[in-house]
Ligand binder design. Structure first.
Ligand code: HEC
Length: 270
């Protein structure tokens, strides 16, 4: 085998591998989501507060009619690094919900207005009730943006690791919400593995009334609610990224100091 054949073989092989990565997109796996640009991506990523607030509005007015978010407490909404609602806003918001509490001193359960420390309530008393109405139990959305992912195949898996691409999950959620392409079948979704999903298209243009002038389109709603779900899945994302950056700066400075120290000590020995 001469050098050219070897080269040719290697090239063909790597192209084949690249190709097989892209082909992971068959019906059984669902189409490959496209990468979106997110404010929270990359080493300096930060959530966009206005976007998180809009995303919460979409979650609250649309998604939460079916889905639970059991790790969301009202007061999280005013925590640093989140949507940035004021404590007064959160208090007022919580009070709009009836929360089951008890038992009281007669042994009875009762309803009372929500408080900031309460968990965001689910619309259904239990999964069975949700299933009886919807046919399938809608999964809890608390960790969804990190729980779902998709295979990008070799060699993208290596490239993604190097490029610190960590938004597979949120890109999937965004693609899923925009993935209803078949006008004859309301439950067909291009991105859902198998193509048939138990959730009919939840979003439509003008469904949620934004007050900050952002476009009232399915795409914008999908983008905002996906960002919100990312925050919900990783509320300390900003802190983690900042700590990582500080650690890198520290290590670089420390390496410099060690180098100077080494030079000084060994200079004396000559
Ligand atoms: C009418 C009820 C309903 C509404 C409203 C709704 N969903 Fe769903 N959703 C479901 C059900 C049911 C499933 C389970 C589908 C299945 O497994 O086939 C589901 C599944 C999902 C999944 C998981 C898909 C997967 O990979 O397993 C995501 C993500 C999701 N919904 C996000 C949302 C978001 C975001 C919203 C709000 C914009 C929303 N849903 C609104 C009922 C709903």
């Amino acid at each position: 085998m001469n050098r050219f054949t070897t080269f040719g073989l290697a090239a063909a092989l790597s192209l084949g591998l690249l190709g097989s990565g892209a082909n992971a997109a068959d019906d059984a796996h669902g189409k490959l989501p496209t990468r979106q640009s997110w404010s929270f991506a990359g080493p300096f990523g930060k959530f966009d507060q206005a976007q998180l607030q809009r995303g919460f509005q979409v979650f609250r007015e649309v998604c939460s009619t079916c889905h639970a978010a059991r790790y969301l407490n009202f007061r999280d909404l005013s925590e640093e690094g989140g949507p940035g609602f004021s404590e007064a806003q959160v208090k007022a918001l919580a009070a709009e919900y009836d929360i089951q509490d008890g038992p009281d001193d007669r042994g009875e359960m009762f309803k009372r207005p929500g408080r900031p420390a309460d968990r965001f309530p689910w619309n259904y008393p239990n999964p069975e009730a949700a299933k009886a109405t919807l046919g399938v139990v809608p999964p809890d959305l608390s960790l969804m943006a990190k729980a779902r992912s998709y295979a990008r195949g070799f060699p993208m898996i290596l490239i993604d690791a190097l490029a610190q691409y960590q938004e597979h999950g949120v890109d999937y959620v965004y693609a899923l919400l925009n993935g209803y392409s078949d006008s004859k079948d309301a439950n067909h979704n291009d991105y859902f593995p198998g193509g048939k999903i138990g959730m009919a298209k939840p979003l439509a243009d003008n469904r949620v009334d934004y007050t900050d002038g952002s476009p009232k389109t399915t795409q914008q709603y999908a983008k905002d609610v996906s960002a919100f779900l990312m925050w919900l899945a990783e509320p300390k994302l900003e802190e983690r990224k900042q700590t990582g950056f500080k650690a890198m700066v520290f290590l670089i400075l420390f390496a410099g100091l060690m180098y100077l120290t080494k030079k000084k000590i060994w200079a004396a020995a000559h």
